[in-house]
Design a protein around this ligand. Structure first.
Ligand SMILES: [Zn+2]
Length: 428
């Protein structure tokens, strides 16, 4: 057979086409779940090795997609049947061996499994190792529909036990140093000047926070750090992801995921407590209102690479310059209608209609800082105990959280705007 890649579609291509478009019906959700996969037309699909690898990869993704959707795109545990696709060294090293999924999980729900897949190619890297390059375009309704969500590099090895997936992270390990200190395993680039004394400092901060909050949590933490979050994405075989280039601000970024208990720090060094606080607090059950946890992590840890006090400098002057912001009305933002004096249309709890408060002169997140200030007020009032009480008060939305503040801090909602502003002006 003519094997040039420009050849017309080989006869048996139809078999692959049949395998390409599967439609699944999920009884549990009544939803129709379809995963479309298209193959780059120039690929020599007639090659038996290509077919074997393609079918293996596709069936992994089909199964992952089903499990992922069953779990609302928030898988925290990998079901056993899926683990069989992975090399034993990967399943031994990680509870959830798919580290690309783990990384994307740090940004919330993971939807790429259900996106349109464009398989760009499979190449042979020798030593029975194959590399797949594949692109996903989002199918989710919204202005981003049709845009790429992720582009991945996948490693598959042919072994005596059949094909097995290996993590890009494993293959990129030669560019990293692995260092274990206390309960943390750090991974950082070889040219990074890692300071043991700073990691000791982090451990002291962790112990202090745990003592204050009465936390027993001793789960080992995986701490991946680099100078840029983009570089960390690439370590996991993620050549592109939708959030990577979303902002032009050159900020220090971080992320955490309870999947494998990992944190990812881009530019924040070896002493970044913020993301670790999220991991430590994961043993507690709180309501779904997450901003106060961000406030705690910002107050005791850091935010965009700066301490709470450093961010407070900007936050304070922003509050002073923007007297119109009424923190008794909302911590999040304002309704366009509110400014037009049409308060009758106010619909509390709906964030989508609101314009978030934002300080364009700085890169801190206003919502994180206002909740950090509330944490500060609570901490000044009665230490860790009252911060914890406010954290554990079951708030599912902003309205609930205002009630929690009234209960725990005994500050009436109507007085809160003045209370926060007075507190900030008096102390900073
Ligand atoms: Zn956070």
């Amino acid at each position: 057979m003519n094997s040039t890649i420009y050849a017309a579609r080989p006869h048996n291509f139809n078999n692959i086409l049949i395998a390409i478009s599967f439609i699944f019906y999920l009884n549990t959700t009544q939803a129709q779940i379809e995963r479309n996969v298209e193959i780059f037309p120039f690929i020599d699909t007639a090659h038996s090795q290509f077919k074997e690898i393609f079918i293996f990869w596709k069936s992994y993704m089909d199964e992952l997609n089903l499990e992922n959707l069953r779990n609302g795109a928030q898988l925290n545990k990998m079901p056993e049947p899926l683990k069989k696709y992975w090399a034993e060294s990967e399943t031994n090293a990680y509870d959830f061996p798919d580290l690309a999924y783990t990384y994307l999980r740090s940004k919330g729900g993971v939807w790429y499994t259900n996106d349109n897949e464009y398989l760009l190619g499979v190449t042979n890297r020798g030593n029975n190792l194959f590399q797949i390059k594949t692109l996903f375009n989002t199918t989710r309704e919204g202005p981003f529909k049709g845009f790429p969500s992720v582009m991945l590099t996948i490693y598959v090895r042919k072994t005596s036990n059949g094909l097995q997936l290996e993590n890009a992270f494993t293959h990129n390990m030669s560019s990293l140093i692995k260092d274990t200190a206390n309960n943390i395993t750090y991974y950082y680039p070889k040219d990074y000047a890692f300071a043991d004394s700073i990691s000791i400092l982090l451990n002291q901060r962790i112990e202090q926070f745990k003592k204050g909050f009465n936390i027993e949590n001793t789960k080992p933490i995986i701490y991946v750090l680099s100078n840029r979050l983009t570089a960390i994405s690439q370590l996991f075989g993620i050549d592109y992801n939708y959030f990577d280039y979303a902002s032009i601000a050159n900020t220090i970024q971080g992320g955490y995921t309870l999947v494998n208990n990992m944190i990812f720090i881009g530019g924040g060094g070896e002493n970044y407590l913020h993301e670790i606080i999220h991991l430590l607090l994961s043993d507690y059950e709180r309501g779904s209102y997450s901003f106060f946890e961000e406030g705690i992590a910002t107050y005791f840890g850091e935010h965009v690479g700066r301490t709470y006090d450093e961010n407070m400098f900007h936050f304070k002057s922003f509050l002073v310059q923007n007297e119109w912001i009424d923190l008794s009305q909302s911590f999040y933002g304002y309704f366009n209608d509110t400014l037009n004096n049409r308060s009758d249309t106010l619909q509390p709890n709906i964030q989508a209609d609101r314009v978030p408060f934002r300080d364009f002169d700085s890169n801190y997140n206003f919502q994180y800082m206002v909740h950090a200030a509330l944490c500060d007020i609570a901490f000044n009032y009665c230490g860790y105990e009252i911060v914890k009480e406010l954290y554990l008060c079951k708030a599912d939305n902003e309205e609930d959280f205002y009630k929690c503040i009234e209960e725990v801090l005994e500050i009436k909602r109507a007085d809160l705007n003045d209370s926060i502003r007075d507190f900030v002006n008096r102390n900073y």
